[in-house]
Design a binder for this molecule. Structure first.
Ligand code: HEC
Length: 207
């Protein structure tokens, strides 16, 4: 991964601040791992764009080809494959998590849950035109999160009035489904993009 020759300190885990611009951390102790938060955020944002575009393209073409019933099966089969493909190409792990999940595999960790709750709050109170995001370090990984908001097209399968037959189909694939009842603009979940710290750190002698 390309890293600019500049160093910013790791974000402390306690610094759960939602930033609308890349974070600037305080200078770190010399022994700490060094990396360039700004450059990493830019990379992670690119990865999110790819993931989001691939998912949406797949969803829209499945809906057009066979309607929402068909799209449920396509989503089930393709969402994990798309994530794996991007991971293989870019080296970044890509996931989607949510407070209310359809697939229980997408449940957040405790740390991710705190960030999701903050995103939820931010979307409710209105964040203007800027998209909040957050980055932090946990388990020796650098992690970037960005909210996924609910759009009109999502309501067919995640909304308040999901067609009864469609809902039955969804529940047969996902017996623990919690991901309905959303309105346009609600927080639906978040993208989580992460990489091990040792793959993104700057060399020790970086000026
Ligand atoms: C055709 C029905 C359908 C539509 C439309 C749809 N989804 Fe989903 N969604 C699903 C299914 C099925 C899953 C479970 C995928 C899996 O197994 O990983 C899912 C999972 C998700 C997840 C992962 C978290 C979880 O709950 O498991 C997010 C986030 C999500 N959808 C957001 C959206 C957004 C945003 C839109 C609109 C752009 C949307 N969905 C439109 C069916 C749909």
């Amino acid at each position: 991964m390309h890293i600019h020759p500049r160093y910013l300190a790791p974000m402390a885990l306690s610094a759960f601040v939602i930033a609308c611009t890349p974070e600037r951390a305080a200078p770190s102790a010399p022994s700490q791992t060094q990396y360039d938060t700004e450059a990493l955020v830019a990379q992670a944002q690119d990865v999110v764009e790819r993931f989001q575009t691939a998912l949406k393209t797949e969803l829209v073409s499945a809906m057009q080809a066979g309607g929402p019933q068909h799209a449920v099966s396509v989503c089930e089969a393709q969402a994990p494959k798309i994530a794996q493909g991007i991971e293989a190409e870019t080296g970044w792990r890509v996931q989607r998590v949510a407070l209310k999940t359809r697939n229980p595999a997408n449940q957040p960790t405790d740390t991710q849950r705190v960030v999701l709750e903050q995103f939820d709050q931010a979307l409710r109170t209105g964040v203007g035109a800027s998209i909040p995001h957050h980055s932090f370090v946990t388990d020796k990984r650098w992690v970037y999160m960005r909210p996924i908001s609910t759009q009109g097209v999502c309501l067919t399968c995640h909304g308040q009035n999901v067609d009864a037959d469609l809902l039955a189909n969804i529940q047969s694939h996902y017996p623990d489904d919690l991901a309905t009842g959303f309105a346009e603009g609600d927080l639906r979940g978040a993208f989580v993009i992460s990489a091990p710290l040792d793959t993104i750190s700057l060399p020790a002698d970086t000026p």
